[in-house]
Ligand binder design. Structure first.
Ligand code: FNR
Length: 359
């Protein structure tokens, strides 16, 4: 792990309300998956190739919904104003200035229109994507999709791994259920069924199905990504249902505590998709080396969640900028060490399991 990023949670803990720190840091149940997401990267090694590099490396990747200057985007996480008063505005500006995408969540504490405007103030061509949970009331979903389009989002990310809320032990112990006064999930304001000026709850529903996804896709011409896929059969279904891309994710260990580490689920999904759409991985990425391993296993890019929240809490926009900068610099360095010229040079034959060598 990057030393600087490894120290970030402590920097964030020093400034955050302990209840909010635990909301960000925690996972579901016994937090097995939370730990495994990072530990699984430690169990993988990269075999370098020699004598085939280049002094200037091209780190960019092209995805449906935008070109990224580095293969790292900001995964959707809720409530950035719990971390810093500038909240999602700071995150959006830092992502745009770094030439990457912020996936802004439906549970953002700043409305999507303002988030996109902030990103564009930092880089005129910035892409912001909008994450949503398909709502059982499809009028609400339609309204959210329309708002994201009107705001100028370049893609939608539909999170499918949350038929019910994950049971977060730390939040239960603290009795943390509501945002402090003055903060709200601003995208949920003034929707059908909400009191005038009021905010609707984000609903999770086990009855949301592929049919909901089909109807959602018909509402928009934007590329739609499906987030929270772990089973290869679901990856195939996602392609068949017209998804533009797939995010392999266990929600950062916040949904099922029986899920495998995200990076361990990646290769089977990549194989099932067979190049038809790009696959992004999130969960446990803490260094440029982790980025390189994920790309070698077939990811087109990775998402980072908590490190961005820690950077935001510790230092606002410059803190997020530094997280992205460190990941870019480390990834570039590892790519050079592996004899890579661009991300496509990271191939699966480079990845080996540690501790299985035969001598
Ligand atoms: C999340 N994540 C998430 N995902 C999503 O689709 N919608 C959401 O509202 C949230 N909210 C959220 C809040 C917090 C505090 C965390 C930590 C995570 C999951 C997120 O997109 C991503 O899958 C993980 O954060 C990736 O794991 P790492 O990078 O945090 O290990």
């Amino acid at each position: 792990m990057s030393t600087w990023i490894a120290g970030l949670p402590e920097q964030a803990r020093a400034v955050l309300d302990p209840v909010h720190y635990d909301y960000y840091a925690g996972g579901v149940g016994d937090e097995v998956v939370l730990g495994e997401n990072e530990a699984a990267f430690r169990r993988l090694a990269l075999l370098p190739r020699v004598l085939r590099g280049r002094s200037e490396r091209d780190l960019s990747v092209e995805l449906p919904g935008g070109r990224l200057d580095l293969p790292v985007l900001i995964a959707p996480t809720a409530f950035h104003r719990l971390a810093h008063p500038d909240g999602e505005l700071a995150t959006a500006r830092a992502a745009a200035a770094a030439g990457t995408v912020l996936v802004s969540g439906v549970a953002a504490t700043v409305a999507i229109g303002e988030v996109v405007a902030a990103a564009r103030s930092a880089a005129a061509d910035a892409s912001v994507w909008f994450q949503l949970y398909p709502q059982p009331d499809e009028d609400v979903t339609a309204c959210l999709v329309e708002r994201a389009e009107r705001a100028g989002c370049a893609a939608l990310v539909v999170t499918a791994d949350s038929p019910v809320f994950g049971r977060h032990r730390r939040d239960a112990e603290h009795g943390f259920h509501d945002l402090p006064a003055g903060l709200a999930a601003e995208n949920m304001r003034d929707l059908p069924g909400a009191p005038p000026g009021g905010v609707r709850d984000i609903e999770m529903s086990p009855s949301v199905s592929w049919a909901h996804l089909d109807r959602l896709r018909e509402l928009t011409s934007l590329p739609v990504w499906l987030k929270g896929v772990l089973h290869p059969a679901d990856a195939v279904l996602a392609v068949e249902h017209g998804m533009a891309g797939i995010v392999v994710s266990n929600h950062g260990g916040r949904q099922s505590d029986l899920a495998p580490a995200a990076v361990e689920a990646l290769p089977a999904v990549v194989d099932a998709v067979a190049g038809r759409v790009p696959v992004v991985l999130d969960g446990g990425v803490r260094s440029g080396g982790d980025v390189a391993v994920a790309l070698a296993l077939g990811a087109a890019a990775v998402g980072v969640g908590r490190p961005v929240l820690w950077g935001l809490a510790a230092a606002g926009e410059p803190g997020v900028a530094r997280v992205l900068d460190v990941l870019r610099d480390e990834f570039d360095h590892v790519l050079a060490l592996c004899g890579g010229r661009d991300p496509a040079d990271l191939t699966r034959d480079l990845v080996v399991a540690r501790g299985t060598g035969v001598f």
